[in-house]
Ligand binder design. Structure first.
Ligand code: 8YV
Length: 316
């Protein structure tokens, strides 16, 4: 049998994907759930034909040494942990897994919208602490989301899936900011992030993390939001000036925030953790077995194409 190409999977994926990978590759899986540091990335580029990175693996500033790899088949749609220009410069192809993550990530946005608007974290803590003294008519009143206006920053696949859920499921008006012009059914494009923040009761970030979108939600955008409004981020922590968000929440200048992602994961500032009006999830965006399997299948298809020297289905 011809020698099979060597694949490094940076962190174990669901069993069915590992089995499929073993069928096609000489497979190595790192024995840790921690992301790869720069030295490991360099060694992987020198030692394997294809690398399948996951969130946070430090593929930046590592393309200057010996390189055997033909490509990076990223698991996930977001690839801000990879210096794509550097990889290309070294002759590597980079791919991702769009489509597979869309619905699950939009569902996580809805989870955060509802939990934040209806103060579910606070309520859960109250019950668990044994402090609930019983129902009364004005207890823990939150924001009714039906019929409100959602403002989406970044109207790609995930932004559109959130818009659809908000519009069809909750009768919301949808406004959005997107770098390029876009026509989206039932949604109105506005000229700036600040305009979206002024108009919306619920602001959701769903843009890719790039140098241009870094801190796209900063002091100005937060100041433009109204006091009853809530902010939700399911994209990447880099989009938000976390210190400014904490200050805004502490001062009660917005009603709450629902976050699945953070600037320096897995570090979540103590000041944020102390806030009753923040819902904090551990990057659960796509955390469902069938979704991770779909992402894994897609990443593997890309890896196989890279190994065979074919154009992969999902180049970035
Ligand atoms: C993934 C994500 O779990 O697809 C993405 O960009 O943020 C997550 O849902 C993660 O990236 C896997 O590497």
């Amino acid at each position: 049998m011809a020698e099979r190409p060597a694949l490094l999977v940076s962190r174990a994926l669901p069993d069915s994907i590992m089995a499929a990978a073993r069928d096609r590759f000489d497979l190595t899986v790192r024995d840790t759930t921690q992301p790869m540091d720069a030295d490991e990335c360099r060694a992987a580029l020198a030692g394997y034909d294809v690398v399948l990175p996951t969130l946070g693996d430090a593929f930046s500033g590592v393309f200057d040494g010996a390189i055997r790899a033909k490509g990076l088949a990223n698991f996930g749609v977001g690839y801000n942990h990879i210096d794509v220009a550097g990889a290309r410069g070294a002759g590597l192809v980079v791919t991702n897994t769009p489509g597979a993550v869309t619905d699950a990530t939009a569902d996580t946005a809805m989870t955060l919208i509802l939990m934040t608007a209806r103060r579910a974290g606070e309520g859960e803590r109250l019950v668990r602490a044994g402090d609930w003294r019983g129902w009364h008519p004005v207890q823990m009143l939150g924001m009714h989301v039906t019929g409100k206006t959602v403002g989406i920053v970044g109207m790609g696949r995930i932004g559109q899936a959130i818009a659809e859920r908000c519009r069809l499921g909750f009768g919301m008006d949808v406004v959005f900011y997107n770098r390029s012009e876009k026509t989206v059914e039932g949604a109105r494009q506005l000229g700036s992030v600040a305009e979206v923040c002024v108009a919306a009761d619920i602001v959701v970030t769903a843009a890719a993390a790039t140098p241009e979108t870094r801190h796209i939600i900063g002091p100005d955008a937060l100041a433009a939001m109204r006091p009853h409004a809530i902010f939700v981020n399911i994209a990447r922590g880099d989009l938000v000036d976390e210190a400014a968000l904490i200050e805004t929440l502490q001062a009660g200048r917005i009603a709450g925030a629902g976050l699945d992602v953070y600037e320096d994961e897995p570090h979540v500032p103590a000041a944020l953790r102390a806030l009753e009006n923040a819902i904090l999830l551990p990057h659960l965006g796509t955390a469902a077995l069938e979704v991770r399997e779909a992402m894994g299948r897609m990443a593997l298809e890309n890896a196989i194409a890279i190994a065979e020297g074919r154009d992969p289905p999902n180049p970035v």
